[in-house]
Design a protein around this ligand. Structure first.
Ligand SMILES: Nc1ncnc2c1ncn2[C@@H]1O[C@H](COP(=O)(O)OP(=O)(O)O)[C@@H](O)[C@H]1O
Ligand SMILES: [Mg+2]
Length: 308
């Protein structure tokens, strides 16, 4: 099979699973096409407006505004500790903001009740940095886990869906392996298969490239793009890996000091002249983001006088 043939085949398999889930299982989320018909009014799937969030005395966001466009890969970048993971937690309402709104399809998620929240969360698939596979379960069972937990599908259908998802990430042949037998890149791909097994509408990746060798990283980058386009979903990709993001994102946000410091296509961002954007995009040690975390005076501290 030619590469084009192979990818076409994978797309067809994706589509067939999406359709089969929608048709066979009322317990699973809405049919995407139906959802799209109902919500064509806006290009923005998620709108974050005037978001404030603090942890104790630490002000993480102050007036943050971000749009996640339907069908696109949106990158969220920023120095370590800037609040990227916190933002994902706010979007999935694991945290509540102090002020501001987070609209998903025009609905303010900060106001949902438990039942609505549960329904909304099922629209998300998440891939976390460490993959977090269950070590006592095989690759197959790891991917099957959300289906067994949240649906009453037959074993035959679960097998069909799991093998299709594993095939999509190139690991159908690893179905019977245990997590300890996988390389870092393979584990990340299994976690990706699991993240999309419930046919999510929005895939969220938190630092998916960390710790991967360049080849595995390239594979994940291409998978992110292919999942997004073949499944017609929207993706949010959090990373500090500017080079990788520029090859996959449609639109990027650079967050610093609690706000959006810059946004646009990767090309637009790299041509911006602000010192912060330049520092971040080119990985420079000197610039508005200080190398040193806030600390007492060095001499005073060395001489032990800072507590006097
Ligand atoms: N559970 C927590 N309790 C207190 N502070 C936290 C907690 N989680 C994160 N933080 C702080 O919030 C800030 C943002 O963290 P995070 O969202 O993890 O940053 P990023 O993902 O951009 O590296 C950091 O300064 C971090 O120390
Ligand atoms: Mg983080």
């Amino acid at each position: 099979m030619t590469p084009t043939g192979a990818s076409m085949h994978q797309e067809l398999v994706f589509r067939s699973v999406v359709c089969s889930i929608a048709v066979w299982c009322g317990a699973l989320p809405h049919s995407r096409s139906l959802w799209h018909c109902m919500n064509d009014s806006s290009d923005n799937l998620i709108e974050i407006r005037d978001l404030d969030y603090s942890r104790g005395s630490l002000r993480i966001f102050r007036g943050l505004n971000v749009d996640i466009r339907r069908g696109e890969v949106t990158a969220v970048m920023g120095p370590s500790g800037t609040g990227k993971t916190t933002l994902l937690r706010l979007i999935t309402r694991q945290l509540l903001p102090d002020a501001g709104t987070i609209l998903i399809d025009g609905v303010d998620i900060t106001k949902l009740n438990q039942k609505e929240l549960y329904k909304m969360r099922r629209r998300f698939g998440m891939l976390f940095q460490n993959g977090a596979l269950l070590t006592d379960l095989s690759v197959f069972e790891n991917v099957a886990f959300p289906l067994r937990e949240h649906t009453r599908l037959s074993n035959r259908l679960i097998r069909h869906i799991v093998l299709t998802k594993l095939h999509a990430v190139g690991l159908r042949g690893a179905a019977d392996m245990m997590p300890r037998q996988l390389s870092g890149g393979m584990a990340r791909r299994v976690a990706l298969a699991r993240a999309m097994v419930m046919d999510p509408e929005i895939l969220i990746y938190d630092e998916p490239f960390v710790g991967l060798d360049p080849i595995s990283m390239g594979v994940i980058v291409r998978l992110v793009r292919r999942m997004n386009d073949a499944l017609g979903i929207s993706s949010i990709l959090v990373s500090h890996d500017v080079q990788e993001l520029s090859t996959v994102a449609d639109r990027s946000y650079l967050i610093s000091d609690g706000k959006v410091a810059a946004s646009g296509s990767p090309k637009e961002l790299s041509s911006q002249s602000s010192d912060l954007v330049k520092q971040f995009m080119h990985g420079m040690a000197d610039g508005p983001v200080a190398f040193h975390f806030k600390a007492p005076d060095y001499e005073e501290q060395l001489l032990g006088r800072d507590n006097d």
